[in-house]
Design a protein around this ligand. Structure first.
Ligand SMILES: Nc1ncnc2c1ncn2[C@@H]1O[C@H](COP(=O)(O)OP(=O)(O)O)[C@@H](O)[C@H]1O
Ligand SMILES: [Mg+2]
Length: 232
């Protein structure tokens, strides 16, 4: 049977499971998780510590192999009880942008080079990568910090550079693990504004893990996780 793809579904997951450890030590981090996220949506993933939020993001990012289930990303079935693509790194470069809680910028590269590096890894020529990096820093309103080193940036600036880096290759699926945890509410609001803008501008789906009450009102939809299950 051919399942037809809803017009703008970017992340479709059916009954994904993942456990760690065995016997007494076994943890079922994901239990039959099913969800769909559409283009231009900013969706929140909430739940207590240890409920499986990061595990779910890592599975969607094709960083972590599930035990079983089915997953289609941007129209391509990438997992059907096994990975269907040999080159997962390429798949990630093409489809996924990942924003971490702490910005994870490389301390020995300036902001432009941090962003451009992702592009050169994806096969871009150096000059084109640098030009695209500057364009992204402008989009995120940190162009004045282009030549600065990560250690010289404020928390909000560093997070915007990290977002620029996640967007570099125009992925349509943006995953963010507590993107505003390190920011005060004004800065968190700016980051949420940017996520909404880019969901619309880039026709992207955004999934943000958060504990952050400040940004709940800024989400289009919320999934709650408890004990590896989605509670709706
Ligand atoms: N690599 C791992 N090895 C063993 N257990 C893990 C690993 N990653 C996550 N877990 C366990 O899986 C559960 C879910 O973890 P996680 O997805 O990180 O939760 P959250 O992000 O919601 O805090 C937790 O019980 C955690 O201890
Ligand atoms: Mg986590």
């Amino acid at each position: 049977m051919v399942e037809t793809k809803p017009a703008d579904a970017l992340v479709e997951i059916r009954r994904i499971s993942k456990h760690f450890g065995e016997g007494e030590a076994r943890v079922d981090a994901l239990r039959d998780v099913t969800l769909t996220i559409n283009a231009r949506e900013v969706v929140g993933l909430l739940g207590p510590s240890g409920s499986g939020k990061s595990t779910l993001l890592n599975a969607i990012a094709c960083i972590l192999e599930p035990d079983g289930g089915w997953m289609r990303l941007d129209g391509e079935v990438v997992y059907d009880n096994r990975w269907l693509r040999g080159n997962l790194r390429r798949l990630r470069l093409d489809k996924i942008g990942f924003i971490f809680q702490s910005h994870n910028l490389l301390p020995f590269l300036n902001c432009t080079d941090n962003v451009a590096l992702v592009l050169t890894l994806a096969g871009w020529k150096m000059n084109a990568a640098a030009a695209r990096a500057r364009e992204l820093l402008t989009y995120l309103q940190v162009e004045h910090r282009a030549a600065a080193m990560p250690g010289q940036l404020s928390g909000g600036e560093a997070q915007r550079v990290a977002i620029a880096r996640a967007l570099a290759n125009r992925p349509r699926i943006i995953l963010a693990d507590e993107p505003t945890a390190a920011l005060d509410s004004a800065r968190a609001g700016i980051v949420m504004d940017l996520l909404h803008k880019l969901a619309v501008d880039q026709d992207a789906a955004i999934i943000a893990v958060t504990h952050d009450d400040k940004i709940l009102g800024r989400l289009d939809r919320i999934y709650r996780m408890v004990d590896g299950r989605l509670a709706g």
